[in-house]
Design a protein around this ligand. Structure first.
Ligand SMILES: CC(=O)N[C@H]1[C@@H](OP(=O)(O)OP(=O)(O)OC[C@H]2O[C@@H](n3ccc(=O)[nH]c3=O)[C@H](O)[C@@H]2O)O[C@H](CO)[C@@H](O)[C@@H]1O
Ligand SMILES: C=C(OP(=O)(O)O)C(=O)O
Length: 438
């Protein structure tokens, strides 16, 4: 597929699509499979770039990866894990942040690991200080090099007590993947508890781990000497489901998202309803539609689970350009996630970004120079433009904007979208979008 898409807007997206497993679970569960001494199997695996990247990295480390794309089944055999060449790891790390999660499993299997330069969306600085501190507390030695970081565990890995400064998803996963086979007990306070993490814990438990999730963000892990392979069906990608819901709202459409599940989306659904969107939870998924009439402006703050997820923010902001009145969006998870609004302004949207914490409680980014609040004034008709995709969700948001706008937009850099949206071109076509490769 070319990196450019011509998108002619004005047609409400209508029809049905299927969303498969969550990018933010599948990629981590694939890494967890490294910890077993027998093969694991994951089902409902989507064909996205992040799954390719992790497959490549696992193969480099001697894991046999067998992926039946149509069936969505991936089988991972980690019985012959081996050390990979640093240059190869670097070359394969690509666009994903997942390589950092290989540390715990590789330290347990091989006694050393290497963290290459990480990818992932440029929506903030995205430091890895919590990860390195966690590894050090387990007893690992962190050796920063000119390129990448080498981690070793000359005296093994030992359970520890950790209190995270912020409930980071990746750091919580780093701790889980290290603690399950460390010697002794580990206690994590201020843990992230996103549904994808709870499912990762469930997968680790199936592999033989002992993990309890207590109230108030406390997770306790009793290390075990050995884990075995397990099977699990991935939970649906709630970010993708929310993205299509926002697309239905912005374009005045009606989309049945097969596979979407209410459980991880309650906060999104409440906001969707407040804004004026309609939805119906069915056995096979969730139907989202624009019921006609005006949409309502809203005040919204992104937060860790169970709050409104940051990854839902960008697509919903496009729908808010079509709502009547002033919407206020306070981004509290990433300091730099409003870059995508520049293109929307060029298309006619009225969006102002601010350094202040607007509309909610002060966050970590207040009084610093980050434009992390936005005021959207609507409704504004959007007009076609030539735009360049900045990041994964920002990219999908640009697609929604182009589909909402009058005229034909040229959207460049769309390959990034493959990182988290399976077959988005096929789905757009199925929903009646007028799109053609540029
Ligand atoms: C592959 C994956 O699952 N990505 C998700 C994961 O990203 P990721 O795991 O990278 O996100 P984190 O929850 O770790 O990041 C949250 C915040 O913590 C900060 N932080 C994080 C680690 C660290 O060592 N130091 C530090 O300061 C980050 O800069 C950010 O401001 O959770 C995010 C929050 O739900 C989602 O937006 C991403 O889609
Ligand atoms: C920020 C995201 O992902 P990653 O952590 O993979 O960059 C995302 O999925 O929106």
């Amino acid at each position: 597929m070319s990196g450019i898409l011509n998108v002619t807007g004005g047609t409400p997206l209508t029809g049905e699509i299927t969303v498969r497993g969550a990018k933010n679970f599948v990629s981590k569960a694939m890494v967890a499979a490294l910890l077993g001494n027998t093969p694991s199997e994951l089902r409902n695996v989507p064909q996205i770039k992040d799954v390719d990247v992790v497959s490549g990295l696992l193969r480099l480390h001697g894991v046999d990866v067998d992926y039946d794309v149509d069936a969505g089944v991936i089988r991972l055999d980690p019985r012959n894990v081996e050390t990979a060449h640093v240059a190869d790891i670097d070359a394969h790390a690509g666009s994903s942040r997942i390589p950092i999660l290989f540390c715990g499993p590789l330290l347990h299997r091989l006694g050393e690991a290497f963290i290459p330069d990480l990818g992932g969306c440029r929506i903030g600085d995205r430091p890895i200080d919590y990860h390195l501190e966690i590894l050090r507390q387990f007893g690992a030695v962190v050796d920063k090099r000119a390129q990448g970081i080498r981690i070793t565990a000359p005296r093994g890995l030992h359970g520890t007590k950790i209190n995270l400064p912020y409930p980071s998803v990746g750091a919580t996963e780093q701790l889980l993947l290290t603690a399950v086979r460390a010697e002794g007990v580990t206690e994590l306070r201020n843990a992230a508890t996103e549904p994808e993490i709870i499912d990762l814990i469930a997968f680790l438990q199936r592999m033989g781990a002992i993990i309890s999730v207590d109230t108030d963000r406390v997770i306790r892990i009793e290390g075990v000497a050995e884990l075995h392979g397990a099977r699990q069906t991935a939970l649906t990608d709630r970010i993708e489901a929310g993205s299509w819901a926002s697309a239905a709202l912005a374009t005045g459409g009606d989309i049945l998202v097969r596979g979407a599940s209410q459980a991880g989306m309650m906060t999104f659904l409440n906001t969707f309803r407040r804004v004026g969107g309609a939805f119906e939870v069915l056995d096979e998924g969730i139907r989202f539609w624009h019921p006609g009439g005006e949409l309502n402006a809203t005040v919204l703050e992104t937060d860790v689970h169970p709050g409104f997820m940051t990854d839902w923010q960008q697509p919903l902001v496009v729908a808010l350009t079509q709502a009547t009145g002033l919407s206020i969006v306070h981004e509290t998870v990433y300091e730099n996630r409003f870059g995508f609004t520049e293109a929307l302004r060029g298309m006619g949207a009225t969006i102002q970004v601010y350094r202040e914490c607007l509309g909610g409680a002060p966050c970590r980014f207040g009084q610093r120079n980050f434009y992390h609040s936005a005021v959207v004034s609507g409704p504004t008709p959007l007009r076609a433009a030539d735009i360049e995709v900045p990041d994964l969700r920002g990219g999908f948001s640009h697609l929604i904007a182009a589909l909402t706008a009058e005229g034909t937009s040229r959207v460049g850099g769309i390959d990034i979208i493959n990182r988290g949206y399976e077959n988005f071109m096929g789905k757009l076509e199925a929903l009646g979008a007028q799109v053609s490769p540029g």
